[in-house]
Design a protein around this ligand. Structure first.
Ligand code: ATP
Ligand code: MG
Length: 1107
């Protein structure tokens, strides 16, 4: 199963038949019906063997998507339903893998879809061939050459909105890997008459409309054009706009494509300038002007247009104007100039426009070829795509149609030749006998046209080259003479009387029975068009243009290269190029796409039987089928054949081990197919009749259904079985899981019950054990207690006994000691005098003292009087000694300390000592004064010149000079005074002036009073009745109160030998004149810092607020 490859076939899901060779019965009706059926089902492609019939769907079908490309890629031709991609793939692979050059011949009438088909082939090949930056650029350039050529070479006709008005053959070149290298385009005969005139309902070439619609204002201005189509005579007005065609957008596409193909900006510009010049040429009009000789001469009506053309092309206006008015004929070194009449002038103008345009077109092809040329010189494989104008039958058919139809005849010819050849070759290759087939060979028509002596083209050339008057009528006459007897030539005037009364054939026409039908040609214009004459004056004028492109387009205008030889006629040129083309095609492997137009309305979904029938006929498609199945209708390689039908025979199904051919033989024998119905080739089986094939297909279908049923049956069985097995397996799994679960539950229940029972038993056992243990423990404890009591009793008894024994022993020992002492004393008494004990005692004491002092010596504290350390006393009996020693030592070290003092220091310490005795523990101010040295003379009277007077007034030694506050007795306010203490006096002087205010001898000072608090307030009491005591006692305040009081005390003592009374009390009396006033110290606020404030409260009270 795994390696069973799914092979599809053309025969699968066929609508009608995919290959016309399988058509049964084969006739025109069934052929058309088959096409129609397929067309109605959107199957626009049908095969005749390897030929693809393509019916134009006239709408976009979703069958050209990249997915489709992938679907057809590398698949065999008959493997999938018919498609142009299958043919493209076959051609590309055979080119790449078998190294065979290919050509794709696309034929069909105008509007049948040839150009579209050619583009589809190219895009398919581009999609499947190699990739890479360089290759992609080549592909892009090849593909983008199409829009450029279509813009310049296609036009709207009544048959086709995008009709190719030139033939195109493009060789795409590949390298050995199948990567595209480049390409060469050949163009055939552009229908240039369209430039100057278009049939009703048709347009000029697309490019003119594209420029006018799509170019910017600026660009149009540069080209001197106006957007309005109606301004230009060359643009047919009745169908300027084509439905569904956006000229403006197409213009942008074309410019873009030109850029991709490699046109330089200046080249593009030049090309559009030429197009503009052509368009403007049509607007030049002529008027007749009578000349002296009576002849009319043409003159340009309005020279404005001419001027602009000359500006565009860089031609001297006078040169061009003259070329439109004169014609110079050169013959044998003679130059004759004749004037042109109006008709000739118009002819000249149109000829110039046509030539300019057609030469521009050829230049474009050459320029594109330059761009897409393969860059390497390695050997190339070639795929040619031929998209040539289709067979054309108009109401008025002229030279162009004649040429076009000739080309189609030639293609039909090559088709017949190559198809037959191929068929024949296959039969020979496969070793099958070839039988001759009847078919119409159009070689005879080709001969009628191209025969070198009697061919129509040869005759036309002959007429054109003949001296004398040559007209289209003389040409027709000649035809009537030469071709009259030809089967396919018809003319009213021919010698042959067949058409004398045929009124459908006008006198000025001839008719040719082409392979595709009869076409009547108007001879008018044949000679001119074949001559394709451009007056030399015009080509010379063009050559003189400064526009480099125009100059290059008219090389024959160069006077240095005048060639008097006539240029080859259009007909002969075309014949030659067609011959070259045919030769080229014959060297390649042909692939045919035969395009069919389903209706004349360019409409989707309409299938016009008659029109299709006509095309089938002239394309010879039925004959094609007949040729294809002349011997055998169907052929297939053995492998795919066996693969497809092997299920029809038990021996070959499901596997055939032998060679495929043997398998097919067995298969056909088994199926009892009559022997005349098939033939075995070398690699293929050939089936004579489609019926046989269809029978095989029916059998296969039936068998496939049976097989499908079988497979279905087996599959269903397999599926059910698998499902059942799966369910069974699942059931087992579920059951096992469930059982496990149930058992688990049960087990857990049992387990928990067991645990409970177990725990009860264990508890009971444990309790029992505990009871036993407890009992045992109690027994043990009782035993222990009893034993302990017993041991205790024993021990106590023993202890009691031992104690008794020890007491006894001790008593014995004491008694024994006393007894011994007594004995010893009694014995030794006689050795000691009465005071021996005292001596020993003293000696011991002495020794102890000695030791004491020696130890003390080492333990002495420092000599600092304030060191409080003193070693501990060793013996109690030394207590008083130890204290005394400490006191002596202290006194001694104090003396030592004092001995170091100078007299000055001594004095200070004496004073300090005095102060201590007077104030320590009495006045709160005292402790603060201990650290302050007593300076006495705070004011340096002698040094300050301010106090010179004061100094002079006091001639004694000054002990204190200090500023104090004297309290006003009346209001308690303070005034600064200098306080001086000399040996004999106390003085108060003004602080500023130094004038002495009061002077009191020391003998008059009786007492000094002060508070016990932390203030410097003090009163100096004076002896009543003394000179100084007039106003009363002094109330003073000083920061150095302690020092002042001390010094006053000492000085008074030394001078008067009387101790000054110092009263320390918070309330004392002072004498103010006659009043005794109480000074009382109260607790004041902190406001004034440490300075006390005094307030005289009344006559009896002065309050001092102390902080
Ligand atoms: N395969 C297709 N799918 C859809 N539309 C198509 C297809 N082939 C052709 N057409 C339509 O038909 C129109 C005519 O086709 P195309 O130009 O290829 O004809 P032609 O055979 O080249 O005619 P002519 O001989 O006048 O150049 C196209 O413009 C397009 O609209
Ligand atoms: Mg075309």
């Amino acid at each position: 199963m795994a390696n069973m490859e799914v092979k599809t076939s053309l025969l699968d899901d066929m609508i009608g038949v995919g290959d016309m060779v399988l058509l049964e019965p084969l006739d025109e009706d069934s052929f058309i019906n088959n096409l129609k059926k397929r067309f109605d089902h959107n199957e626009v492609y049908t095969y005749i063997g390897s030929v693809v019939i393509s019916i134009n769907p006239y709408r976009s079908l979703p069958i050209y998507t990249p997915e489709k490309v992938e679907e057809y890629r590398n698949r065999n031709f008959y493997e999938l339903s018919p498609h142009i991609f299958a043919l493209s793939d076959e051609a590309y692979r055979s080119l790449r893998d078998q190294d065979k050059d290919q050509c794709i011949l696309i034929t069909g009438e105008s509007g049948a879809g040839k150009t579209e088909a050619s583009k589809l082939v190219m895009s398919y090949v581009a999609a499947v061939c190699g990739k890479g930056a360089e290759v992609n650029q080549v592909k892009e350039q090849l593909l983008q050459s199409n829009p450029v050529l279509e813009a310049f070479g296609n036009a709207k006709t009544v048959r086709n909105d995008n009709s190719s008005r030139f033939g195109k053959y493009m060789d795409i070149e590949f390298d050995f890997k199948g990567d595209p290298l480049g390409g060469v385009i050949s163009n055939y005969l552009l229908e240039k008459s369209r430039v100057v005139k278009q049939p009703r309902g048709e347009r000029n070439f697309h490019i003119f409309y594209q420029i006018l619609s799509g170019a910017s204002e600026d660009f149009l201005c540069k080209l001197k054009l106006e957007r309005d189509f109606s301004r230009y005579n060359y643009l047919g007005l009745d169908s300027a706009k084509v439905n569904g065609v956006d000229d403006a957008a197409n213009f942008r596409t074309v410019r873009n494509a030109m850029q991709i193909v490699g046109f330089m900006d200046h080249e593009t510009q030049s090309v559009f300038e030429v197009v503009a010049a052509v368009l403007k040429l049509g607007n030049i009009e002529f008027k007749p002007e009578s000349r002296v000789n009576g002849l009319d001469e043409s003159k340009i009506k309005d020279k404005n247009e001419l001027k602009e053309i000359c500006e565009l092309t860089g031609i001297d206006q006078s040169v061009l104007e003259r070329a439109f008015s004169f014609r110079t004929v050169e013959a044998k070194q003679e130059k004759v100039s004749t004037t042109l009449n109006v008709a000739q002038a118009y002819y000249a103008r149109d000829a110039l426009a046509k030539n300019l345009y057609s030469r521009l077109f050829s230049w474009l092809v050459t320029r594109i070829n330059e761009s897409i040329k393969a860059q390497t010189k390695v050997r190339k494989k070639v795929m040619g795509v031929l998209d040539i104008y289709g067979f054309e039958i108009f109401e008025d058919n002229s030279f162009e149609q004649f040429i076009i139809n000739y080309c189609n005849e030639k293609l039909q010819q090559i088709f017949i030749e190559l198809t037959l050849k191929e068929e024949q070759e296959e039969y020979i290759r496969e070793g099958i006998e070839w039988t001759h087939i009847e078919y119409f060979n159009n070689a005879i028509i080709c001969d009628l046209i191209e025969n070198n002596q009697t061919g129509i083209l040869a005759m036309l050339d002959e007429e054109c080259l003949r001296p004398g008057t040559v007209t289209d009528d003389t040409f027709l006459e000649k035809l009537n003479q030469v071709c009259a007897t030809h089967q396919h030539f018809e003319s009213r005037m021919s010698k042959c009387s067949r058409f004398l009364n045929d009124t459908s054939l006008p006198h000025s026409c001839f008719r040719i029975q082409h392979y595709a039908g009869k076409v009547m040609y108007q001879v008018e214009g044949f000679v001119d068009k074949n001559n394709d004459l451009l007056y030399r004056d015009l080509s010379q004028a063009m050559w003189k243009a400064s526009h480099s492109l125009i100059k290059a387009l008219f090389p024959e205008g160069n006077p240095a290269k005048i060639n008097l030889k006539r240029p080859p006629t259009a007909g002969s040129q075309f014949k030659a190029s067609v011959a070259t083309l045919m030769k080229n095609l014959q060297t390649k492997n042909p692939n045919y796409i035969r395009c069919i137009k389903p209706n004349d309305k360019k409409a989707a979904h309409i299938f016009n039987d008659a029109l299709v029938c006509h095309q089938i006929r002239y394309l010879g498609l039925l004959e094609n089928v007949r040729v294809r199945r002349a011997g055998y209708a169907f052929r297939q390689a053995y492998e795919p054949c066996l693969e497809r039908y092997k299920m029809l025979c038990k021996q070959t199904w499901p596997h055939w081990r032998g060679p495929a051919r043997a398998g097919v033989e067995v298969l056909f024998n088994e199926l009892e197919i009559p022997e005349e119905e098939f033939s075995f080739g070398r690699s293929k089986i050939f089936i004579r009749n489609p019926r046989t094939l269809f029978k095989l297909e029916d059998l296969r279908k039936q068998r496939l259904e049976d097989l499908a049923t079988l497979i279905e049956k087996i599959y269903r069985g397999w599926k059910c079985r698998t499902c059942f097995l799966l369910m069974k397996k699942s059931q087992i799994v579920i059951a096992s899981w469930y059982r496990r679960y149930a058992q688990q539950k049960k087990y857990q229940k049992i387990k928990s019950s067991a645990i409970i029972v177990q725990s009860y038993i264990r508890g009971w056992k444990a309790r029992k054990l505990l009871r036993e243990l407890k009992h045992q423990k109690r027994c043990n404890e009782a035993a222990t207690i009893i034993a302990a009591y017993w041991h205790g009793t024993q021990a106590r008894r023993e202890l009691k006994r031992l104690k008794e024994e020890a007491r006894r022993k001790h008593a014995v020992a004491v008694i024994w000691a006393y007894w011994l002492g007594l004995k010893v004393r009694r014995e030794y008494r006689k050795f000691f005098r009465a005071n021996a004990g005292r001596k020993i005692y003293e000696f011991t004491i002495q020794r102890l003292m000695q030791k004491y002092f020696l130890e003390m010596k080492n333990k002495m504290p420092s000599l600092s009087p304030i060191d409080k350390n003193w070693p501990a006393r060793p013996y109690l009996f030394l207590d008083s000694t130890h204290k005394e020693l400490k006191r002596i030592f202290h006194l001694w070290r104090c003396k030592k300390y004092r001995d170091q003092f100078t007299d000055q220091q001594k004095l200070i310490y004496e004073e300090k000592l005095e102060a201590s005795e007077l104030f320590k523990d009495k006045k709160a101010l005292y402790p603060a004064s201990v650290g302050q040295p007593f300076q006495g003379a705070y004011l340096e009277i002698s040094k300050n010149p301010k106090y010179k007077k004061l100094k002079d007034a006091v001639d004694e030694k000054i002990i204190i000079a200090e500023v104090v506050n004297k309290i006003n007795r009346a209001n308690g306010k303070a005034t600064s005074r200098i306080f001086l203490l000399t040996k004999n006096n106390v003085l108060l002087a003004d602080q500023k002036s130094g004038n002495i205010k009061s002077e009191v001898p020391l003998g008059d000072v009786t007492k000094v009073s002060m508070s016990s608090q932390n203030d410097g307030f003090f009163a100096v009491h004076l002896k009543e009745g003394s000179g100084a005591a007039g106003k009363g006692d002094f109330l003073l305040s000083s920061d150095h109160l302690i020092e002042m009081a001390t010094k006053l005390y000492r000085t008074t003592l030394s001078q008067t030998k009387q101790k000054l009374n110092i009263e320390i009390s918070d309330e004392f009396l002072v004498q103010f004149r006659q009043d005794k006033v109480c000074v009382k110290f109260i607790q004041g606020s902190q406001k004034n810092g440490n300075i006390p404030t005094c307030k005289r409260k009344n006559n009896r009270l002065l309050e001092v607020a102390v902080p």
